[in-house]
Design a protein around this ligand. Structure first.
Ligand SMILES: NC(=O)c1ccc[n+]([C@@H]2O[C@H](COP(=O)([O-])OP(=O)(O)OC[C@H]3O[C@@H](n4cnc5c(N)ncnc54)[C@H](OP(=O)(O)O)[C@@H]3O)[C@@H](O)[C@H]2O)c1
Length: 331
């Protein structure tokens, strides 16, 4: 290809990418430094399992909520399941460039190194500071000793001094020991907030509350328009626990059913947004933090462009009525 023509195409591609990012109406605080605060002596710490705690309030101006640990958490971010290190690096970098400030990974995904590289690149380029970004990771079970080592491995792979939120990935044989190791890591500053993932019943959550000295801040579960955790979300509100949705689009292989749903496409037309944006907005307005996964910078920008419209109560109810308790996974 002739050099001037090549340069022109490169210029057009670069400009259209930046246009995609900058046309997004961004929440106020994620443009700058979101407020994070040091752990209060009492916020979310100590056994408050039987006390009423403040229920999580979604602030659409700042795009954040305050966890029961006292820390601020963005209400939408990037999921990285199935991304390898290179894809994760690229997606994290583009997400941060577009204004997203929440990144979700896990030891199991094997991409914490890539996530760390994406974060470092954005920091080196002056796009964000470490404290602007909320990193979630997850550990698998084991026991107290093993979990302590895994937390250190996660810190090393991510290249960070602390992790904003660590979750038990799914119920295991010694949750109490693993949770205790996480609580100790909160106390010595390696973790800021802790929680659990794939705990679907009141009984499963109650069991964790029975041994927790730090109330979980977040429960991350499969949650989408066809499988909603509404009852659990209502139950855990009293503990200030927030629900976070994985598979917001049904996960790879099911997105067509979600994006092609008649009500979703009708609402996309009505609000002048995409099906993905209607679904993400439903999650947040319904009180779910949401982490759509993507390896595509255009999709990432689109997924963050959800702060310039609001679904009416009636339209929210129409989407909520799509619930048919259909799960795609059984872990
Ligand atoms: N705790 C757990 O056990 C657990 C389990 C599963 C997932 N998770 C977390 O939850 C996150 C979300 O789940 P997921 O990533 O598996 O599934 P998902 O977010 O429901 O769907 C991801 C799929 O949607 C596509 N997509 C994303 N944005 C789109 C857009 N705007 N338009 C069209 N297609 C779009 C992606 O393709 P492109 O790549 O082409 O954009 C990908 O195929 C994960 O990434 C992970 O961080 C946690």
């Amino acid at each position: 290809m002739k050099r001037p023509l090549f340069l022109l195409i490169l210029l057009l591609l670069t400009t259209s990418f930046f246009a995609a990012c900058t046309s997004v109406k961004q929440p106020e605080t994620t443009r700058n430094t979101p407020p994070t605060r040091d752990i209060d002596d009492d916020a979310g710490q100590g056994n408050e399992a039987d006390e009423k705690m403040k229920e999580p309030v979604f602030d659409f101006e700042s795009g954040t909520l305050t966890l029961n640990s006292g820390y601020s958490m963005p209400i939408i971010g990037l999921g990285t399941w199935t991304l390898d290190d290179n894809e994760a690096e690229n997606s994290v970098y583009h997400a941060l460039k577009c204004g997203m400030r929440l990144i979700d990974t896990a030891r199991y995904y094997g991409n914490e190194v890539g996530v760390g590289r994406g974060l470092k690149k954005a920091i080196d380029e002056g796009i964000v500071k470490r404290e602007d970004v909320f990193i979630t990771s997850k550990i698998y079970g084991g026991n107290y000793e093993r979990a302590g080592g895994i937390i250190n491995d996660a810190l090393k792979d991510l290249g960070v001094e602390y992790i904003d939120l660590l979750l038990i990935h799914q119920p295991g044989s010694d949750d109490e020991g693993v949770y205790k190791a996480m609580e100790d890591a909160v106390r010595d500053g390696r973790l800021r907030s802790i929680g659990i993932s794939n705990y679907y019943t009141k009984e499963a959550v109650d069991e964790v509350l029975s041994f927790a000295t730090i109330t979980p801040a977040v429960i991350q579960n499969e949650n989408h328009i066809f499988y909603q955790n509404n009852e659990l979300k209502e139950y855990v509100k009293q503990y200030g626990i927030v629900l976070e949705s994985w598979y917001p689009f049904g996960g790879r292989g099911h997105t067509g059913d979600h994006f092609g749903n008649e009500i979703i496409t009708e609402l996309a037309g009505k609000y002048g947004k995409t099906a993905a944006q209607i679904i993400l907005r439903w999650h947040m307005q319904a009180g779910y933090v949401v982490i759509p996964g993507s390896s595509n910078p255009d999709h990432i920008a689109e997924n963050y462009d959800v702060f310039d419209f609001e679904l009416s109560a009636e339209d929210m109810a129409r989407i909520t009525a799509l619930n048919r308790q259909e799960r795609y996974e059984n872990w």
